[in-house]
Design a binder for this molecule. Structure first.
Ligand SMILES: Nc1ncnc2c1ncn2[C@@H]1O[C@H](COP(=O)(O)OP(=O)(O)OP(=O)(O)O)[C@@H](O)[C@H]1O
Length: 510
């Protein structure tokens, strides 16, 4: 037994074990030794002779062949006067016991495990009778079995704790663990949403998650998976907007070797990977029309053919889809199949934008700061009430994702744990940026004071820059989102005075 990890329950067991022994036989000293690396270490002692020196006494097995023999044969034995003179006394140098005193060694073994020995000593010079030795031997067996149970229980609890910690770590890495926030939300809309999500999670019904970018659609999808009977099976996601249209079919349904240039081996698609579990089709509105028919069939019949194969594959998948675009509009523009839409939208769940659930701001900030502390190493960060007021006054076009970014930036830059209003580098125009992209332009037009074209452009660029955290270049950068060349965007920004006035960090390509 690993002494360092000897758990409370084991120590308690040993203590009580020695107490019971007093009812079986007489002794002046009963000592429990546990075996560690061929040495016996005294961990507990009872009786008038027990003292601090006895506890902690160490015996090398090699120096006490009869003790070793008791352990190997698993038989208790009484020491005779002869034995003492041959091998010496285990307590020589520790106790002043008369030569030939009563002594017995009892192995503590259970199954394959050798835990140690129990020794009994009496000052009288009289060998323990065999009947007593037999009785204490049985007692030793019972004690060893109890030790084994306690050890297994401790190991099980340790494992369970580790498992729990692993699961928690994994969840937080996956961005899970926020179901609590969904369900304890102060926003009635969110609470109702969480309730409905839990209900639908129990079924295999497809769910369509709607909401602006960053409102938590993917996070809710993960929660639905975890709440579902498929929770122990894979959760697979695919972002239809992030994969070039030409590769999407093979990503979704897999391909066989030789299906196209570069297909050097068979490869399973996300549908097969998600077999038994859940597949989230993120940005489903971006799915090319040609693929939509195949998806519909995969949904209805649970079968499909990998690219380049005529063999039908079966996959049992619960489908969740998410989009921030208006699919009805996409249908009217013939970019989205109506039959697929109805199939996907059996159970739509719309996530409210952050600006419509500001009552959750304090709880969300606390949650996100805590979650980020693992990454930033800054524990105990909190937003002051003035800081919260400032955050509540902002429109959050990037929703929870933007909030997470703003908080992380503030945490890194702040020297103190309290984040006040000045800690946040929010885009200057705050509420003016609150409306969704197209709405903001429309609103500007409708407004009594009609904004100039430059003002609308400026507002739009600012909004996109705040979404990309000021990044212009690369995939997902502002230039790509706006459909402009980076150099064009930069010169337009210069003209509109954006970079200088609004202090955006504008990265240059390295
Ligand atoms: N309930 C929540 N509590 C805390 N953080 C959340 C919650 N929901 C989402 N977030 C955080 O907000 C960010 C965006 O979430 P998510 O990716 O789920 O949004 P989305 O709506 O799928 O975004 P997009 O439409 O851009 O794909 C993530 O960092 C996520 O961890």
């Amino acid at each position: 037994m690993d002494l360092a990890s000897t758990e409370e329950s084991v120590s308690e067991l040993l203590r009580r074990g020695l107490d019971w022994l007093t009812r079986i036989t007489r002794f002046d000293l009963a000592t429990l030794f546990l075996l560690k690396d061929e040495r016996l270490v005294a961990v507990a002692a009872r009786g008038p002779l027990a003292n601090a020196k006895v506890r902690g006494h160490v015996l090398k097995l090699a120096e006490f062949p009869m003790v070793r023999q008791a352990l190997e044969t698993r038989r208790a034995r009484a020491f005779t006067e002869e034995d003492h003179s041959g091998e010496g006394d285990p307590f020589d140098g520790v106790l002043d016991l008369p030569p030939g005193h009563s002594c017995m060694v009892v192995p503590l073994c259970s199954g394959e495990r050798r835990y140690g020995v129990l020794t009994l000593d009496r000052s009288e010079c009289e060998t323990y009778p065999q009947a007593v030795v037999d009785l204490v031997e049985v007692y030793g067996q019972l004690l060893a079995t109890a030790l084994q149970n306690a050890e297994q229980k401790a190991a099980f609890e340790r494992l369970h704790r580790q498992d729990h910690e692993h699961a928690k770590l994994l969840e937080s890495q996956l961005g899970g663990d926020s179901e609590g926030i969904l369900e304890t939300s102060l926003s009635p809309v969110m609470r109702d949403l969480a309730r409905r999500a839990r209900q639908v999670a129990e079924t295999d019904t497809p769910v369509l998650l709607l909401g602006e970018t960053g409102t938590g659609k993917e996070r809710l999808a993960r929660a639905i998976h975890r709440w579902s009977p498929r929770a122990d099976e894979p959760f697979v996601t695919i972002n239809c907007a992030a994969i070039p249209a030409g590769l999407l079919e093979s990503e979704l349904f897999g391909h066989v070797k030789g299906a196209f240039t570069g297909a050097t081996r068979d490869r399973a698609g996300r549908f097969q990977m998600a077999h038994g579990g859940t597949l989230l089709l993120d940005e489903v509105g971006e799915l090319p029309v040609e693929l939509q028919a195949k998806l519909l069939r995969a949904l209805q019949e649970k079968t499909f053919e990998p690219v380049g194969s005529d063999k039908t594959v079966r996959a049992d998948v619960r489908l969740l889809a998410a989009t921030h675009v208006d699919l009805q509009q996409a249908i009217s523009q013939r970019r989205f199949r109506e039959d697929l839409y109805y199939r996907l939208s059996v159970f739509p769940l719309r996530l409210p934008p952050l600006r419509e659930r500001l009552e959750d701001l304090p709880q969300l900030c606390a949650f996100l700061l805590d979650e980020q502390s693992r990454r930033t190493g800054r524990r105990g960060m909190r937003v002051t009430s003035e800081g919260l007021e400032r955050l509540a006054a902002y429109g959050w076009p990037g929703n929870l994702r933007e909030l997470a970014n703003v908080l992380e930036r503030a945490t890194i830059l702040s020297r103190v744990p309290e984040l006040g209003p000045d800690a946040f580098d929010l885009p200057v125009r705050e509420k003016a940026l609150t409306a969704a992209p197209t709405v903001s332009a429309a609103r500007a037009e409708k407004s009594e004071k009609v904004a100039t074209l430059a003002a609308v452009q400026r507002e739009h660029i600012l909004r996109v820059l705040s979404l990309t955290k000021g990044r212009i270049y690369g995939p997902g950068g502002a230039a790509q989102l706006l459909g402009l060349k980076p150099s064009t965007l930069q010169s337009r920004m210069k003209k509109l005075g954006i970079a200088r006035q609004d202090q955006f960090i504008v990265e240059s390509p390295s």
